[in-house]
Design a protein around this ligand. Structure first.
Ligand SMILES: [Zn+2]
Length: 231
């Protein structure tokens, strides 16, 4: 089981690069086995092309203890906070992709301006608050995770599986690492489209709730009908 997860997480990290979401080494993906209470994540400072499944770092969900593989990514405590607070999440991805991180640096949530966005996110992709000085000088990566969770106090992480961390970048999640990476790619695309749309029409508002619900709900939930739905 954990062998398969290591392979899946390695592949998800390579997919981040293939999708053009990684600048230098700013990106990582992870996956979780909730039965075993183990998280598998990219190791710190290893070039993506050299990653093997056995290099993947295995840490305890509960304690964060490093159990197997190379030293885990320095962002691991952020991933762990997301797994601990969002019970349905099976994979997490983090990037500094250009368009989405530009919105994060501007401290702006990405409004839902079209159906590409609504197919994956049921509303705006929120931008977190800034971390305080104390949070930055303290357990920074864990505090980043706590700020992400705080951002979702009034939001459902299953309906909006992405967040912008102010002045930083993007965290996304999904049922596994590959899905989290797909969401990271969609965030980058809708960030770009939103910026271009607002340049063309600065007063543009979000799409109607009818259009938003129609697109989100045809792909998600009990009444989903998009794609090759079975059973
Ligand atoms: Zn980062």
């Amino acid at each position: 089981m954990i062998t398969t997860l290591k392979q899946d997480v390695r592949d998800a990290n390579l997919e981040l690069v293939e999708r053009g979401l990684v600048f230098d080494t700013f990106g990582n993906a992870s996956g979780i086995d909730r039965d075993l209470g183990l998280v598998v994540i990219k190791p710190s400072g290893v070039p993506y092309r050299e990653l093997s499944p056995d290099d993947m770092a295995v840490v305890s969900l509960e304690s964060g203890e490093h159990l197997e593989g190379l030293k885990p990514s320095s962002d691991t405590p952020t991933h762990l906070e997301i797994y601990r607070s969002f019970a349905t999440v099976g994979g997490v991805a983090h990037t500094h992709s250009t368009w989405a991180s530009s919105w994060a640096q501007a401290h702006r949530s990405i409004p839902c301006l079209g159906t590409t966005h609504a197919d994956y996110f049921k509303g705006a992709i929120p931008c977190s608050r800034d971390l305080t000085g104390k949070e930055i000088t303290g357990a920074y990566e864990q505090e980043t995770g706590r700020v992400i969770v705080e951002t979702f106090e009034a939001l459902d992480p299953d309906e909006v599986p992405a967040v912008l961390v102010a002045s930083h970048g993007v965290f996304t999640w999904g049922r596994d690492g590959s899905r989290a990476v797909l969401h990271a790619a969609v965030v980058e695309q809708v960030a770009r489209m939103a910026q271009l749309s607002l340049e063309l029409s600065p007063d543009l508002g979000q799409i109607t709730s009818q259009l938003l619900d129609r697109h989100f709900l045809r792909k998600h939930g009990v009444h989903a009908y998009y794609g090759q739905v079975s059973g």
